[in-house]
Design a protein around this ligand. Structure first.
Ligand SMILES: *[C@@H]1O[C@H](CO)[C@@H](O)[C@H](O)[C@H]1NC(C)=O
Length: 184
């Protein structure tokens, strides 16, 4: 009896489920379209103002230049913390030369200062304190050069953190570019 009941109602359940599913999809599409229309935000053109547009676009979706700047700052902050942690770790590898150790020490300090400045700039962005934002981001930008500069002082000493330093510089540079378009 139970089986009979199931088979009988199946043809009724299927179209109902299909309708529900389609209804949900159509509603979702409508909501998405509304969000897209309302935002009128073109990430591609906003990222054209950044030195590294592809890196900038990888932060999408963002709803505005402000949120794109915030995302860029947040990613840069994580990268700076990661670079500081890697420098600290390499410094402690047994058998590391004294010169390498002291240069990595400079890097670790520089990267953690970059992270500090970026965190301040994230606060500046929230507070809409544009001048502070630009000052703190500029400080972060110049601090990103400290590690590479320290290695340049010693030709023959190859930086083991050159790649992450380069990536970090690009992220901070983009953050600065985006922030500078927020207000003139
Ligand atoms: C950086 O941001 C902090 C926190 O908002 C602010 O107190 C400070 O004045 C800013 N630094 C500069 C140099 O503007």
């Amino acid at each position: 009896m139970g089986r009979q009941h199931r088979t009988a109602s199946l043809p009724l359940i299927l179209p109902a489920a299909l309708l529900l599913f389609l209804g949900a999809t159509i509603t979702e599409a409508r909501v998405l379209r509304r969000v897209n229309d309302r935002s009128l935000f073109d990430v591609t053109s906003a990222c054209k103002k950044a030195s590294y547009p592809d890196l900038c676009k990888s932060l999408a979706p963002s709803a505005s230049v402000g949120s794109l700047t915030g995302a860029s700052i947040d990613v840069a902050t994580s990268k700076a913390k990661e670079a500081a942690a890697i420098s600290a770790k390499l410094m402690k590898v047994p058998g590391t030369e004294k010169l390498m150790k002291s240069t990595l020490y400079v890097c670790r300090d520089a990267f953690s200062s970059v992270a500090d400045s970026l965190q301040l700039s994230a606060k500046n962005l929230k507070d809409a304190a544009h001048i502070d934002l630009m000052v703190n981001l500029s400080a972060a930008m110049s601090l990103t050069a400290n590690c590479a500069d320290a290695f340049h002082d010693w030709p023959g000493l190859v930086s083991p953190v050159a790649d992450i330093n380069d990536h970090l510089s690009k992220l901070v540079s983009n953050s600065l570019d985006l922030a500078s378009t927020l207000k003139n």
